[in-house]
Ligand binder design. Structure first.
Ligand code: DGY
Length: 327
């Protein structure tokens, strides 16, 4: 009998065909909630899950007694109880590498858009307010030659820094658990304690994964350490930042502006002050959202789940210990 896969994010027909060659697939192209009865029914029989943006809880896992592997269509895995999955011997796979450059493009888009006030001024044109040559009231601030402070210096952080150093002549500072000597050499980057980085940077860009250690890593104290001219960019996860503290820092002028792709609550409610602030560029979590990259991520997840359910090693595995514990 074929093993069963539940897929709950849009996959291309070729990707579905690839899976159905070897597996029975229950496909939920658009799943609004884990409470969907058909989804729960399929889950009860599933050996594999492929999808994204769904909080997987231990309670949900209790309803999936046959589950052997999950392939998330994301690099971040804060939606999954990793220790619990490992304890149950369930493999968790993600999609690093294929989204690095696209997500770094989004990071740099936020840096430039906030510095040059692109969204605010595009709205100014749309409203018909461009009646005479623009003046100082519309000036932005330079990006080239400035200091870019990276909090987190993994694949995506390094790719943003590479754009800054090699494309815009920026000085790169980074704070990271381990030193990165190769990147120091390649980009002239310098490792700093986080407080020093916050005080010295013109742009502070967060790329750390969300974990118990990084939740609310940036709050009132950290904003107070930044320059009043600093621009803050978050391309990681909303919960890495204390959002009310960010709003207060933006309102009081403690920092100049913020470029945000992620929020504590997504989708971002219009009740939040953030989308209404002129010095905020707020994007709807588009980090990796291009046709090419989302296809590549879905393909990686499809390959990961197929390998995992065939007893082979997936390409990108989060919990190595679960793989090692297999018979
Ligand atoms: C990821 O892959 O983790 C990105 O945030 C897109 O969801």
């Amino acid at each position: 009998m074929k093993k069963r896969i539940v897929a709950f994010r849009r996959l291309k027909q070729e990707q579905l065909d690839q899976l159905t060659e070897d597996f029975h697939v229950d496909y939920f192209e658009k799943l609004d909630s884990a409470d969907d009865p058909a989804f729960r029914e399929a889950l009860a029989e599933a050996h594999g899950l492929v999808g994204a943006s769904l909080k997987i809880t231990p309670q949900l896992l209790d309803e999936a007694p046959h589950l052997e592997a999950i392939a998330s269509i994301s690099v971040g895995y804060d939606n999954y109880p990793v220790d619990e999955l490992t304890r149950r011997g369930i493999l968790l796979c993600n999609t690093p590498d294929v989204l690095t450059e696209t997500t770094a493009d989004t990071g740099f888009l936020l840096i430039i858009a906030t510095a040059r006030r692109a969204v605010e001024l595009a709205e100014f044109v749309k409203r018909g307010d461009w009646q005479e040559s623009i003046g100082e009231a519309q000036f932005g601030t330079d990006v080239h030659g400035k200091t870019l402070g990276m909090i987190g210096f993994g694949r995506i952080g390094a790719a943003i820094a590479r754009r800054g150093a090699l494309g815009f002549g920026m000085k790169i500072l980074y704070s990271n658990a381990s030193p990165k000597p190769q990147l120091e050499q390649e980009l002239g980057a310098t490792r700093r304690e986080m407080d020093e980085l916050l005080a010295e940077s013109d742009f502070v860009c967060v790329t750390v994964p969300l974990s118990a250690e990084t939740e609310h890593l940036i709050g009132k104290r950290e904003f107070a350490l930044m320059k009043p001219s600093a621009i803050f960019v978050n391309i990681a996860r909303g919960k890495v930042v204390d959002e009310p503290a960010l709003v207060a820092a933006l309102e009081s002028g403690e920092i100049r502006a913020a470029g945000l792709d992620v929020f504590e609550q997504e989708p971002l409610s219009l009740e939040s002050p953030l989308p209404h602030m002129a010095n905020v560029v707020a994007l709807p979590h588009i980090g990796s959202a291009t046709h090419e990259t989302r296809d590549a991520m879905a393909q990686r997840a499809v390959d990961n789940i197929a390998l995992a359910l065939k007893g082979e090693r997936p390409i990108s595995l989060v919990n190595e210990a679960a793989y090692q514990s297999r018979d």
